[in-house]
Design a protein around this ligand. Structure first.
Ligand code: GLN
Length: 250
């Protein structure tokens, strides 16, 4: 089966190897006989609602966010329509912030977001850097952990009642205070976790693939389990690092 991915601003928002997330989705789809078709959607490119089963956007420094923000606003209706129609989303760090309502950078300049996530972000004086470990429950009753790396000045506030992606076990998360990380709106996930995220969290890659397949084919087919020894070890190493040294301001 085919899965169509819209990779937003791969030429601007791609730090800490965020591009690696696409490679993982592509391999894990192929290992199950599915094909991942990746479309680069950058400045000036059209975004046709419903064309993509999964929208992906990586992180970036304030400068790159400022370069794409206005173009993303011009694509807002297309992204929101795609999400409302059940497309999956993975938005990382700077991309997560711009899929919120706004990002005010360190110099006080306000970048408009497109409001997929009910959050606002304001940059603080210090950067929140380090390994992170979260506890998530994307499927009721099924608790799993996510391990990754964060580096952001932004403090993200969720609206009351908004759903975070996970509870911070170690690290800063959205703002270093609330104890929550990321945001979830149905099949759309926002997170500060770089790394890239998916190689050391294969269950989340499979969750996103299943949501994308459900978007295109109506049902989320069962994905055959894969021999994830290396991935599981990478997760354990990353989780240990987070527990021993996550969450220090610099
Ligand atoms: N520029 C944003 C911040 O500093 C996002 C950084 C990132 O994507 N790593 O918070």
């Amino acid at each position: 089966m085919k899965i169509v991915v819209g990779h937003l601003y791969p030429d601007y928002l791609n730090i800490y190897a965020d591009r690696g997330n696409i490679a993982v989705l592509s391999r894990r789809a192929a290992w199950r006989g599915h094909e991942l078709e990746v479309h680069s959607v950058s400045i000036g490119d059209p975004l046709i609602p419903g064309e993509h089963d999964l929208l992906y956007v990586g992180g970036g420094q304030d400068r790159e966010q400022a370069l794409v923000a206005q173009d993303l606003v011009a694509k807002a209706a297309g992204v929101q329509e795609s999400v409302a129609a059940g497309a999956a989303v993975l938005a990382v760090c700077g991309g997560y912030q711009l899929l919120g309502r706004s990002y005010r950078d360190l110099h006080g300049s306000e970048l408009p977001g497109i409001g997929v996530f009910p959050v606002d972000t304001v940059a603080g004086e210090t950067r929140m850097i380090g390994d992170v470990l979260l506890e998530c429950e994307l499927e009721p009753g099924l608790r799993r952990t996510l391990a990754g790396f964060e580096n952001h000045a932004g403090r993200t506030r969720l609206d009351p009642g908004a759903q975070p992606l996970g509870r911070v076990v170690a690290g800063f998360g959205n703002d270093g205070e609330s104890g929550w990380e990321g945001c979830r709106v149905g099949r759309a996930l926002g997170t500060y976790l770089h790394g890239p995220l998916l190689p050391r969290n294969p269950w989340l890659a499979d969750w996103l693939l299943a949501q994308a397949l459900a978007h295109r084919h109506g049902v989320a087919p069962k994905l055959e389990p894969l021999p994830d020894e290396l991935e599981t070890e990478a997760h354990a190493v990353s989780a240990k690092r987070a527990e021993t040294r996550g969450g220090r301001r610099r």
